[in-house]
Design a binder for this molecule. Structure first.
Ligand code: AMP
Ligand code: MG
Length: 419
């Protein structure tokens, strides 16, 4: 733990950028309309895809009352106070029902999942039964209806099971299979083109000359887009040349629903992205009051949405998570859901100056008292990718926050699988 005292609020605030994170997100979301094209896919291929229309149940699940236990099925009215003796008249297995009516004083040996025989409404566990050939004696206190799963207990015919716009999960696949759906209508995947900009960037396999670095943003973007189930067009590295960038932007806008670039969006002499977007379409450029990821361009080239992310690797991931991800969800038809945030105890001091909203990288875990606790994952600079790689959450520190002392509560936003 570092020797640190939270800085007093009289510390010089950073120059204020004009736009707040939430306002920027809302401005972007206002521009997005969900795609409406759909296609039919086999049930298994629907995992992670966006449901096109509501799913109404064509049947009840379970379709018939059945036993929740291995035991004896009987008529509840036959149960006596402490001991009940009944005559066993047959057996019922899952998929092989007992096909006669069970009368007063009778019972049927029944297995889990077997359809309840006609006349029976109760199952007593086999562990509570004493067997003497066909004479079954049940001990203990029981009540009518126990250990029976009723028809339609999970889902009733005509019930709304899943709503349009939902991203299909593993449990949904099981639910849909239980209703007999072999195919499903889902929205078409959104197409996302992206490229990196920078004369210093080399692709993997190339030799690094002095001043060069490997392009890492294309890998993080590719991974996050894969998790979002987008159709990906990787256009590689484009040099800091207005002509090459113009060509790349036009081609990307032609082929994709969304274009994402990283780098060249700031105010350096080789930063042409904003300028070109002004020329080719409409652009909103913001210095968002956040750290990392202050410069962000959002705009449109014809009908294609454009995100110009900053170049620093951590800024790319933070801005993607906070702005691009909700926009892509909405565009894909799935809407925007506020990410879950939790309160956790800071295990160490967290440095912050008032002024901008900060997304620091943390490791969230349960401590020995089963409380959520968050530790920092090291240096927090916008180029320090290892602190992102070791993290499983963002620590959200609002504009006014001037540091957090160990033991205080902070708000965290778990990555929830995207990163
Ligand atoms: P820029 O916004 O183009 O000025 O880039 C800001 C910083 O991020 C510079 O140090 C760049 O070298 C670095 N950077 C830009 N793009 C990438 C990339 N694709 N992979 C890794 N680092 C990058
Ligand atoms: Mg650059």
């Amino acid at each position: 733990m570092t020797d640190f005292t939270p800085q007093p609020s009289c510390a010089t605030p950073e120059p204020v950028s004009t736009l707040k994170v939430e306002d920027a997100r809302q401005k972007i979301l206002q521009q997005i309309t969900a795609i409406s094209c759909w296609r039919k896919v086999a049930l298994r291929d629907a995992l992670g895809q966006v449901l096109h229309e509501d799913v109404i149940s064509p049947l009840s699940v379970p379709p018939h009352a059945n036993s929740a236990m291995d035991g004896y099925a009987l008529r509840g009215e036959d149960l006596k106070h402490d001991s009940t003796s009944l005559k066993r008249v047959g057996s019922a297995f899952a998929g092989k029902p007992f096909d006669k009516t069970v009368n007063a004083g009778e019972c049927v040996r029944i297995m889990t999942g077997a359809m309840m025989p006609e006349g029976c409404d109760t199952v007593i566990m086999q562990e509570q039964a004493e067997v003497d050939n066909d004479l079954i004696t049940l001990h203990g206190e029981h009540h009518s209806g126990e250990n029976v799963r009723l028809a339609g207990e999970d889902i009733q015919t005509g019930a709304l099971v899943l709503t349009a716009g939902r991203r299909i999960t593993a449990a949904d696949l099981g639910l849909l299979a239980s209703l007999g759906f072999a195919e499903l209508k889902v929205r078409r995947r959104i197409r996302v083109a992206f490229f990196s900009t920078g004369d210093e960037l080399r692709s993997l396999g190339e030799t690094l000359n002095p001043g060069d670095i490997y392009d890492s943003n294309r890998y993080t973007l590719h991974a996050m887009l894969t998790r979002l189930d987008a159709e990906i067009i990787d256009m590689g590295v484009i040099t800091d040349s207005p002509e090459a960038l113009r060509q790349a932007l036009l081609q990307a806008a032609e082929e994709a629903d969304v274009v994402i670039t990283s780098g060249g969006v700031s105010v350096g002499e080789a930063d042409y992205v904003k300028q070109l977007l002004d020329e080719l379409g409409e652009v909103h450029f913001w210095k968002i009051a956040m750290k990392p990821g202050r410069p962000l361009a959002y705009g449109k080239i014809a009908e294609t949405h454009f995100f110009g992310l900053p170049g620093n690797p951590v800024s790319v991931m933070v801005t993607f998570y906070q702005f691009v991800q909700p926009a892509l969800h909405k565009l894909a038809g799935g809407g925007y859901h506020e990410p879950i945030v939790l309160q956790a105890v800071a295990a160490e001091n967290i440095r912050k100056r008032p002024g901008r909203f900060e997304f620091q990288r943390g490791l969230l875990r349960s401590n020995s008292a089963n409380q959520l606790e968050v530790t920092m994952t090291g240096e927090q600079g916008s180029g320090i990718l290892h602190s992102m790689s070791h993290a499983n959450c963002f620590i959200l520190l609002d504009e006014d926050c001037d540091g957090v002392a160990a033991g205080q509560s902070v708000t965290v936003q778990p990555f929830a699988g995207l990163i």
